[in-house]
Design a protein around this ligand. Structure first.
Ligand code: HPA
Ligand SMILES: [Zn+2]
Length: 332
């Protein structure tokens, strides 16, 4: 069994495997512009974030009913469990569904049905975080937050994703202020393709508690010092970074330097159906490419639970951490 871990950066729509996409397309009478799953996989060659997002949004056309979302989440949880995931904080993109006429309630109820039985079926505790699309307007984000109000018993926080450059965090100041008033946790993608200044802005203006990606913090030593001092976790996604060309090859991923610098780095899968691997695959890939040792892997696993939003269940967090401490790595 792989090392126990929490997954903190996972877009549920990015877990849509080609086989399920075609099955849902057939069920819902949607025609996909690909002959078969193989032809679809051929399209998974990305040059940057936008080239991925174009495909990611277009494939969502197959997700129509609450059952579709239940099936999607259940398939993810089954795969995650095989890879040692014990706790998952799952993103979803309500605006990408609302524009297609699939309302918030359908998405949340559908995902919720899978999450409700995740513990029993897959041994995974879960939380749900809704993301705003940063290339849409702040007004649209605010309307989305409003639409989520009947479902806040199921949603623990807000995030910010989609095309980063040209859409700095400050655009969403009021939305995040309102989210804070509602008692929601706050995270945001920053420093994936955008500059280190966006990471600072996410901290200063949006009050985020965790930074998704945060890769480019290394360009600003003062920012790194601050992230270390305040123990702000970064949810890194190594295979994603290679597929979206944020870095050239995995061997050049700065994860090891980040750990040495004392950053609370975590390893996650982002959009595993598109980027070549789930959480455990990301651990294995960095272990191989960077030659990480047992203590570094244990630190990554511990960090994932420490960075998780399990404050309402500290007993569980302690239990997971004890599992990590007791874990015996296979020598390779
Ligand atoms: O990797 C990502 N970055 C930004 N937005 C996203 N939406 C899904 N995946 C991503
Ligand atoms: Zn992401």
């Amino acid at each position: 069994m792989p090392v126990p871990k929490a997954e903190l950066h996972l877009h549920i729509e990015g877990t849509l495997e080609p086989e399920l996409a075609f099955a849902l397309a057939a069920r819902n009478g949607v025609t996909l512009p690909y002959a078969d799953t193989e032809a679809l996989r051929e399209a998974y060659r990305f040059s940057d974030l936008q080239s991925f997002l174009d495909l990611y949004y277009s494939l969502m056309a197959v997700l129509r009913t609450a059952d579709d979302f239940t099936e999607l989440a259940d398939a993810y949880l089954a795969r995650a469990a095989e890879q040692g995931v014990r706790h998952a904080e799952i993103f979803f993109d309500p605006q990408a569904h609302a524009v297609r006429g699939v309302p918030m309630g359908v998405v949340v109820e559908g995902l919720g049905a899978a999450l409700d039985r995740a513990e029993e079926r897959h041994g995974i505790s879960t939380r749900l975080i809704m993301c705003f699309l940063r290339d849409e307007s702040a007004e649209s984000a605010m309307a989305t937050l409003d639409a989520a109000k009947p479902y806040l018993d199921r949603i623990i926080g807000v995030g910010l994703d989609s095309a980063e450059v040209g859409h700095p965090p400050a655009k969403f100041r009021e939305v995040y202020e309102e989210a804070a008033r509602l008692g929601l946790r706050r995270v945001a993608h920053a420093g994936e393709e955008g500059p280190a200044a966006y990471i600072r802005e996410a901290l200063d203006v949006l009050g985020v508690e965790r930074v998704d990606h945060g890769l480019r913090c290394l360009e600003d030593p003062n920012l790194v010092a601050r992230l270390v001092r305040d123990r702000v976790p970064l949810t890194l996604c190594p295979l994603s970074n290679v597929r979206l060309r944020a870095i050239d090859v995995l061997e050049q991923h700065p994860l090891r330097e980040m750990l040495s610098a004392g950053l609370v780095a975590t390893v996650n899968s982002d959009d595993p159906a598109y980027f070549g691997g789930y959480a455990g695959d990301n651990f294995d890939a960095v272990r191989g490419a960077l030659g990480l040792g047992e203590e570094e892997l244990r630190t990554l696993a511990r960090n994932s639970f420490e960075a998780s939003f399990l404050e309402d269940d500290e007993e569980r967090r302690e239990r997971y951490l004890a599992e990590v401490d007791a874990y015996e790595f296979e020598r390779s």
